[in-house]
Design a protein around this ligand. Structure first.
Ligand code: GDG
Length: 740
């Protein structure tokens, strides 16, 4: 792992500051908060400077909220060795609606697949925006060139774009610690909320998730919400490319592993051993939350006691539940239910000399936690949904003697990396009971084999590797953005184009239509040219030195209507037809149309098989448009369609498949925009050649033209064109600069 970082300072934004302040006689004491994110970043910060000499004197700046921040505390009170703290103050009323409301009453249940628990309240969203603005205001005061801004979690999903607006060049990473749900769940958010969330996140350069499933869910939501082009893990927004990828968070492996050998932990273990006598120990520790599957865990354990009576009185289940959000009614109710279930099971199965469940509702000290991880024969981790679940990894790291077995829910992100655990579905109580039995009966050899594989993996990709991987990927994304930026038309390139244009005695300008001069509409016939654009084309065409060519896949009639009365050359159907000024249309080739009989039924079948698609029939081609269909489903059908068409094309060698922007076209004859351009170019010499297009069919044009041509691709896609412009207005601005 390359540990070389390229930033001067790490600026972290997370909802909470990494500690609470407790008043002491001398002043205040900072006490570390529990929770996955804090554990990870604190571990990172302690080792941060050790791994990079350049960062020796730099501090991590952490922006966040403290719940109990006294008025007389200034930011100086927060200084510690590794951090400068940037407290963000949000009025209680707003914070309740923002954190208690939008975050924990809506996003948390929704993203953990509990839509029925989600509360939709428009005040929540307003507060969410306000709170993110507050963070942005504080951060904007401190961000300097060279900083790496790393934003964490679902409380701050609008923040990346807000910072981007204030500091356009900032390096921004975002990491989501909870699952990103499927689009079917995400779309339950009102349209403008989900658009804000997606666009907010896309302000970052890199967006990280725990698993590839979450990443793909996110990319699908981006496609469905914005229509932006996505290729694998790259999203092409109108002004930059953004990457989304999986970075499964790690733990400070050595810290957990080595702690098992500390004297204080060994002493703690001894205490526990005395208490347990010869009972085998099953252990779990979770925050009080409905996502953690606490009642299901009890049900599974009870089923185990029922199914395997020989194990009763030989096993003890220590269930630790860490207090969390228990002032909220739902959590209070859940706590009561857990307690009564524990009471019922204990009442049913315990005896004078044996208690089947030791239930504790409290936080453990670090030493207690390690001792329990290390001593227990079974780690029972059963969330219904969990972004990652660090406890699973910590449990494995603490198996120094390799005698424990991890039982892990397949709904935890950790399951994607830890398939040597006994993987269970937490709703299946019988499967859970069988897994407990299997774990207790497992031979040492098998335990070792399973644990070693997991230990290798999680010790290699620990929390530091995770963070550095994230940093490195962000810098690679930045580099990729920069390479593309080089090819973007800037003022000096556009001045050069204008000056070349002025010098030339004869010029030819090839302009594609859809996506280049005119934005896409739901149906092709709706994409008519507006007055302003028409005037730009008209003015250019009036200059006697200019030949303006509208070169498109459209049919003759449509182009003729759009450019009626204007002195342009029209190239229709990708070069099948050409019309020069007031001349008649000329067909560049003669093909019979019999092939359509074989192709049309196939395309029609795909219109039925993929809702929202439609057919456009032209003289030399038939197009299957899928712009109005679900993009992922359409991609699937597109592959199948290509396979089906390949069968037909095999026997008709003059047929060709052409792919454009959300369209597949079958055409007869070997002609394309490049050939059409060449034939026009051969008529005379041109001192200035210009071509603009937006999709794959325009690439034929770009490659056919000589190197001296100014070729421009609209949008961010990789291209054979010399330059890119971000969008249609940017191209029109350039065309307006050309003197008429
Ligand atoms: C979120 C996501 C994701 C717990 N009890 C005690 C204690 N802990 C420590 C554990 C562990 C952490 O808290 C809990 O982390 P989890 O990952 O299990 O869960 P969340 O807090 O919900 O965290 C989660 C995580 O973010 C990281 O991205 O994995 O899916 O929900 O480190 O050791 N520590 C001590 N006493 C306790 O009683 N000392």
């Amino acid at each position: 792992m390359d540990n070389e970082t390229h930033f001067k300072r790490l600026v972290i934004a997370a909802y909470r500051l990494p500690f609470k302040l407790n008043k002491t006689k001398k002043g205040y004491k900072a006490v570390q908060n529990s929770g996955g994110l804090v554990s990870a970043i604190l571990a990172l910060s302690e080792n941060f400077k050790k791994s990079n000499k350049d960062l020796k004197n730099s501090k991590i700046v952490w922006a966040g909220i403290t719940d109990n921040l006294p008025d007389d505390v200034t930011s100086d009170n927060f200084e510690n060795e590794n951090f400068d703290i940037l407290p963000v103050t949000i009025p209680k009323k707003i914070n309740d609606l923002f954190y208690g409301g939008f975050c924990n009453d809506l996003i948390w249940p929704l993203f953990h697949y509990f839509p029925s628990y989600a509360v939709f309240n428009s005040d929540y969203f307003k507060a969410y925006e306000e709170a993110n603005i507050k963070f942005c205001e504080e951060l904007a005061k401190t961000i300097k060139p060279g900083d790496f801004v790393w934003i964490h979690d679902y409380q701050l999903m609008l923040l990346p774009e807000m910072i981007r607006q204030r500091v356009p060049d900032a390096t921004i990473g975002f990491f989501l610690h909870i699952p990103f749900p499927s689009f079917e769940i995400f779309r339950l958010l009102p349209r403008n909320w989900r658009e804000s969330v997606i666009k907010g996140l896309l302000g970052a350069d890199l967006i990280g998730f725990h698993t590839n499933d979450y990443t793909q869910n996110f990319i699908k939501s981006v496609r469905r919400t914005t229509g932006y082009e996505c290729q694998q893990n790259t999203i092409y927004t109108p002004n930059k490319l953004v990457k989304a990828d999986a970075f499964p968070i790690g733990i400070d492996y050595d810290k957990f592993h080595d702690a098992c050998l500390k004297k204080s932990v060994i002493a703690e273990k001894q205490k526990l051993k005395n208490h347990l006598s010869n009972h085998k120990l099953i252990f779990s520790v979770d925050r009080l939350d409905y996502s953690k599957g606490l009642l299901l865990k009890l049900k599974g354990y009870e089923t185990f006691l029922e199914m395997y009576p020989e194990w009763r009185s030989k096993v003890v289940f220590n269930m630790v539940v860490v207090p969390s959000r228990d002032n909220i009614e739902k959590y209070k109710k859940m706590k009561k239910e857990i307690e009564s279930t524990v009471g019922r099971i204990n009442g049913k199965y315990s005896s004078l000399s044996w208690q089947s469940i030791i239930y504790q509702y409290k936080s453990l000290t670090f030493n207690e936690l390690i001792a329990l991880y290390n001593l227990s024969e079974v780690g029972l981790i059963t969330p219904l949904r969990d972004g990652m679940n660090l406890v699973a990894k910590e449990y494995v790291a603490c198996q120094v003697e390799n005698e424990g077995v991890l039982i892990l829910s397949e709904m935890a992100g950790a399951a994607a990396e830890m398939n040597e655990a006994l993987i269970i579905n937490p709703v299946d109580n019988i499967e859970m009971a069988e897994a407990i039995f299997k774990a207790l009966e497992m031979k040492s050899e098998e335990k070792h084999l399973r644990l070693e594989k997991m230990q290798n993996r999680i010790s290699n990709y620990d929390v530091f590797a995770w963070a550095f991987d994230f940093f490195n990927q962000t810098f690679e994304t930045k580099e990729e953005q920069n390479t593309r930026n080089v090819r973007f038309i800037n003022t000096s390139i556009s001045s050069q184009i204008v000056s070349d244009y002025k010098k030339a005695a004869s010029r030819i300008l090839f302009l594609d239509y859809d996506g280049t001069l005119v934005p896409f509409e739901k149906y092709p016939e709706l994409a008519v040219i507006d007055k302003k654009t028409l005037k730009i084309v008209k003015d250019l065409s009036k200059n006697p030195k200019n030949k303006v060519v509208i070169i498109s896949g459209r049919d003759k009639k449509f182009l003729e209507t759009q450019f009626a009365g204007i002195n342009v050359i029209l190239v229709a159907e990708h070069g099948y037809y050409i019309k020069k000024g007031t001349d008649e249309w000329e067909a560049t080739m003669n093909t019979d149309e019999q092939w359509k009989e074989a192709v049309l039924p196939i395309l029609n079948e795909y219109v039925s098989r993929c809702n929202g698609t439609f057919i456009e029939e032209k003289t030399g081609s038939i197009a299957w448009h899928y712009r109005n269909a679900d993009s992922d489903f359409a991609q699937l059908r597109l592959h199948e369609l290509k396979d089906d068409l390949a069968e037909v094309i095999r026997f008709k060698t003059d047929l060709e498949i052409l792919e454009g922007h959300k369209v597949l076209e079958v055409k007869s004859g070997r002609y394309d925009k490049g050939q059409a351009a060449n034939s026009l170019m051969s008529e005379q010499d041109f001192g200035f050649i210009f071509a603009a297009g937006d999709d794959k069919t325009d690439e034929f044009l770009f490659t056919a033209l000589p190197d001296s041509a100014n070729t421009i691709r609209v949008g961010l896609s990789p291209s054979f064109a010399k330059y890119n412009v971000t969008d249609i207005p940017a191209l029109l601005t350039l065309l307006e600069e050309l003197p008429v």
